[in-house]
Design a protein around this ligand. Structure first.
Ligand SMILES: *Cc1c(COP(=O)(O)O)cnc(C)c1O
Length: 228
């Protein structure tokens, strides 16, 4: 059944309001990022017309093209795996990068931002369930990596952590994962108090993610409809 973007945006916001009221938190404390990879600029425009300002993209080239043909006050989040030869494009086009997963990426992005005279907000992507098929820093390496970015990359502002937990895990395992995420996040905040952001939750789990403390949810198909 066809569902308009307007009704999708309203439904997602209603679910977010409900999840936030359940934990006595203001709904404004959760940023909705519409994941627009493989979606047309018309769809992006429609979401924009319904109040969405933050969009997430996975592919550098696609992001770069869309930035040129979409409203200029959109905040673009790069959330995909990073190839170092694409970092210039990403530095030019993105406002946030969620998927920093190794020092080489951080230093090259920092260099590219320096050339552009630009500061970039970044998150460290963590492979919290230690899944062999997923990218991300291992939990035990996160604090060292965070300190390293903080002291060596003056054009990057480290703002927190990004996670893609296994959404097919059992409820029991998910709760364990959320507890691990919270404990890692609070250890990070102890050494770097400005790292307050938690990018967690997609179409399949954004309500649970908010309850677990997410401040940025990355919602694709539930918000914008099926991808091409
Ligand atoms: C595609 C993608 C999403 C959105 O997925 P949906 O299931 O469409 O909500 C979120 N985060 C990342 C990193 C993605 O690649």
């Amino acid at each position: 059944m066809y569902q308009s973007i307007e009704s999708r945006v309203q439904a997602v916001q209603a679910n977010i309001d409900l999840a936030c009221s359940g934990i006595n938190q203001s709904a404004e404390s959760v940023k909705v990022i519409a994941v627009s990879k493989l979606q047309s600029t018309e769809i992006i425009q429609e979401a924009y017309d319904n109040g969405v300002r933050d969009f997430g993209e996975n592919y550098a080239q696609e992001l770069h093209q869309k930035v040129g043909s979409c409203p200029t006050d959109i905040i673009w989040h790069f959330i995909g795996p990073i190839q170092t030869n694409k970092l210039k494009l990403i530095a030019e086009a993105a406002d946030w990068v969620h998927s920093i997963d190794r020092m080489k990426v951080a230093s090259k992005l920092n260099q590219a931002c320096e050339h552009l005279n630009k500061n970039m907000s970044v998150l460290i992507q963590v492979n919290i369930d230690n899944e062999p098929t997923k990218s991300g820093v291992k939990t035990e390496d996160v604090l060292t990596f965070a300190r390293e970015i903080n002291s060596h990359c003056s054009n990057l502002e480290l703002r927190g952590l990004m996670f893609m937990p296994n959404i097919n895990a059992s409820d029991k395992d998910k709760l364990k994962t959320y507890a691990n995420i919270q404990s890692l996040q609070s250890s990070l905040k102890e050494i770097l108090p400005h790292c307050t952001e938690l990018s967690l939750g997609t179409s399949g789990d954004y309500e649970e993610a908010i309850v677990a403390g997410s401040s940025m949810v990355r919602i694709g198909e539930t918000l914008l409809g099926p991808r091409l």
